[in-house]
Ligand binder design. Structure first.
Ligand code: PMP
Length: 321
């Protein structure tokens, strides 16, 4: 057999195009990605198979929504990126100003693919690059791989938010550095898949009898009019949406507190919410097959979501970050 040559050792993050396809006119427009200093069509974005992100999951990432082309809470996301990079002892390849330029340019390049509101979600990833030899320890000279892509997003489906979603509880099987937003997501993948197979939108993770977070979201519990969420620590990802929900609650004088929440309290909750940059604030109305509160989105969710939507609008019109 002929040995693979040049490009064959490179990985393509997207589908393989049948180059013989004649119907080029009907091809959807191709999105642009950023890879190691260049803005290129996604089809041309190639990384070596020796990349440590591919071999070891040795890298970190961020997901940042942008409304009307404006990045939502960028400084918070960049601070968390810095914390994640510090957590894996990898130098940040860019200053905040450089990141802002890179991501802003990416959003502009993909503007034509986004809907009329130009709402997009940016995914960025930094890995510890490639080394000639596969070895767990860090290579001597690291040239990180920097990749970013953006995709059109729409508001959460009102049919879903008005009804709420189902969640299940599962044991938290993850490691001890869950505050690092690492690309190594296999436990989260397996947990979420269990939820999906039980017709649930999310798995709420329990460790030592306490609520930690969702497989890709943070968790809020409403108890007698009080908004409660677990305190930050290495056991969970400090969600940007979570922090904003707490800020909005405080601003509008809604009683809120960071505290330990037992599994029993979760089951007795009047309301449960899950939060994330892409899902925003979603009410959980069914937990392990039992109705949460009245089994429909509660009054505090209806209040907080209005404040959240107003905040989003202020990002869109440029009056806040
Ligand atoms: N926890 C985990 C494990 C997550 O993956 C996410 C979303 N990436 C969150 C919480 C929510 O974080 P954010 O609000 O910043 O999207």
């Amino acid at each position: 057999m002929k040995a693979p040559s040049g490009n064959a050792s490179l990985m393509k993050p997207c589908c393989i195009l049948n180059r013989r396809t004649p119907d080029l006119q009907n091809k959807p427009p191709m999105s642009t990605v950023y890879l190691n200093g260049k803005f290129i069509p996604i089809e041309d974005a190639l990384i070596p198979v020796t990349d440590r992100g591919f071999l070891f999951g040795d890298g970190v990432y961020e997901v940042i929504p942008a409304y009307g082309g404006r990045l939502f809470r960028l400084s918070h996301h960049l601070q968390r990126l810095q914390n994640s990079l510090d957590g894996i002892r990898l130098d940040n390849p860019h200053s905040d100003a450089e990141w802002k330029t890179i991501l802003g340019t990416l959003l502009e390049r993909n503007h034509g693919l986004a809907g009329t509101h130009n709402d997009q979600s940016v995914y960025l990833q930094v890995t510890r690059g490639s080394a000639a030899k596969r070895d767990h320890s860090f290579p001597e000279h690291v040239i990180p791989t920097v990749f970013a892509t953006s995709n059109s997003i729409t508001d959460p489906d009102p049919a879903v938010t008005e009804q709420g979603v189902a969640a299940i509880t599962l044991d938290d099987i993850r490691w001890q550095y869950c505050d690092i937003k690492a690309v190594t997501l296999l436990p989260n993948v397996l947990l979420r898949q269990q939820a999906v197979e039980q017709n649930a939108a999310e798995a709420i993770l329990i460790r030592n009898g306490l609520v930690i977070e969702g497989s890709s979201s943070n968790v809020f519990v409403i108890e007698n009019g009080n908004i409660l969420t677990p305190a930050k620590g290495p056991q969970m990802l400090p969600g940007i949406t979570r922090d904003l929900v707490l800020e909005l609650a405080e601003q509008h004088r809604l009683p809120c507190r960071e505290t330990g929440i037992s599994e029993d309290r979760l089951r007795e909750a009047d309301e449960i919410w899950i939060t994330s940059s892409t899902r925003e604030i979603i009410p959980v109305t069914l937990l392990d097959g039992q109705a949460v509160g009245q089994g429909s989105p509660g009054p505090l969710w209806k209040t907080i979501i209005e404040f959240y939507r107003a905040y989003k609008e202020s990002v869109r019109n440029g009056t806040t970050e």
